[in-house]
Design a binder for this molecule. Sequence first.
Ligand SMILES: Cc1cc2nc3c(=O)[nH]c(=O)nc-3n(C[C@H](O)[C@H](O)[C@H](O)COP(=O)(O)OP(=O)(O)OC[C@H]3O[C@@H](n4cnc5c(N)ncnc54)[C@H](O)[C@@H]3O)c2cc1C
Length: 571
Amino acid sequence: MRKITTDVAVIGGGAAGCYAALCLHNKGIKPLIICKGLVGKSGASLFAGNLVLSGRLLGNTEEQAKNTAEFLIKYHNQFLIDQQWARRCGEWIEKNYYRELEEAGLYFRRDDEGNIVTSPGKIRSIAANVQGNSGVPFMDLRRKQILRAGIERLEETTATALLCDEDGRVGGVFCLDILNGEYVVVLAKAVIMATGYSDRLHVRSTGTREMSADGIALAWRAGATLVNMEMQWWHTNDAAYPPSWQRIQIYPNPMLGSEKSARMVNAQGEEFFNQQRDDPLAFGPYTVQLKALAKQVHAGKASYEGGYYAGFDHCDPKEVETYTTYAKPFHQLGLNFPGDMLETAVTSHYRQGGIDVDIATMRSSVPGLYVAGGVGGHSNGLIALATYDGFSVAESIANNLDGIPSKDIPQQSIDREVKRLSFLRESGGNGLSPVQLKEKIRKMMWKKAGVEKNESDLRSALSDIEEIRNHVLPDVRIMNKTKSVNYEWLDAIDAVNMLDACELIVQSSLERKESRGPFFRQDFPLTDNNEWLCANVLKKSGNGVRFERRPYELPFFQPGFALRDNLEVPW
Ligand SMILES: Cc1cc2nc3c(=O)[nH]c(=O)nc-3n(C[C@H](O)[C@H](O)[C@H](O)COP(=O)(O)OP(=O)(O)OC[C@H]3O[C@@H](n4cnc5c(N)ncnc54)[C@H](O)[C@@H]3O)c2cc1C
């Protein structure tokens, strides 16, 4: 077993983890990135299509600056966000983010006159090279910056447990190097959890192979408080077929250089969503679309698994193809563009909730464990917001690292993790393979904790989880007993994390007795701002869980009603 000592261990190599590591490095603090995939090439960050402009950037008017803040608080977080934090974040993006990226060499798409092209309208965005593909050059740049700075990396290495010293302070990370099967213990004065939020917990998901809610499961097992775990976001128009295209989105966001975006029609060809008409303020109108789709589903004119269509048949092809990738899936499937519409379906996208974070310090409730990016429960993310987190967490750690003694990690906690992982690899069951087990969990979540939920389905999901944990998991069949490049083993490790996270999501969904934004309770269809405009805080209590509510302050934007049918709430 290898032991490495560093100042700060960063778990995750997406927008948040990379930027945290770069900022720490610039401050003379030694970070080490542990990444389940490749740094800059795994997680959600490389899927970012649009880069939203905040404040008065690039000629934004005062009105547009206000619209962006309103979008972030209302449409993107359904008021479950600290509004002062949102303002600070917007100011940082306006003053630092784009300038720093451009100086570092990221190309923002320009027109023939050399002006940066934006989408017009109430909220504006730009693109790195081409809209729909901005995350790839963005994360390529981050990867180069990390390599150039000589920041130490453990890639294709999964963090499997947080290691605490005798005082309960997180002082290390237990890891498995997937390629050579070696265990690695990373000892650090502080650990940043930056594992993102697009987890593959449902049959259809925008998350990648690495995303099995590990950050949530690890933090919870170390005793961290979680928040708003029930707030799951959904993409409404991702390709229905083929299944491997479930993340290919027919973007509803306004296009660069055009006023238009994709429109949606039901099985009978009737238009039921058009962003410009239905909600021009909702730049990423996913929740508004989902509500429009729910009405179609209730009327029998679509289903969450397909039977409705999205496309650009109201646009000139040039309007779409000049600055965006949006026509590509149509061409690749051999469809007529822009005349044909593509059948679309719902995909679980990202989780608004996550680890509870003190936004002043980016600390979790467990000493030594910090949080950045999508895995936190403080905001619904976006690539700029995840980057701001990377900046904030580095500032906070830099102010606090001195004086933190490096304490020993008790050997028995390391031995316990070795035993747990070895047991999973050597398990001699005759039941499902680990991949089949993951699929079983995803099917159960889609059916019982999917878009529309109710108490009886959620309780049934809890029974299923217990049954899987007690009877299916111990009988998992692992054919490959080798240590190196053993993805069966990794799948089994992932499945344990998925089960823990799914249970917490289901319990939190039972607790929130209202519907809000993308969270639909059939048995509580009203948005209830009297009782539930608050954080749904989840804590460990003995062997069980305990919930608390924490209200949000509303200094800048207020919902303006107490109770209303969620499907009629515009956000
Ligand atoms: C399909 C899609 C489209 C999007 N479009 C946009 C957009 O247009 N504009 C925008 O601003 N935002 C967009 N977003 C959101 C944006 O991408 C996220 O807010 C942001 O990427 C989150 O960054 P992150 O660093 O927190 O997580 P991620 O980028 O997801 O990174 C997580 C990292 O953690 C690693 N990891 C996970 N588990 C472990 C483990 N156990 N051990 C070690 N490492 C681990 C992963 O390998 C990965 O490197 C989109 C997201 C998706 C999924």
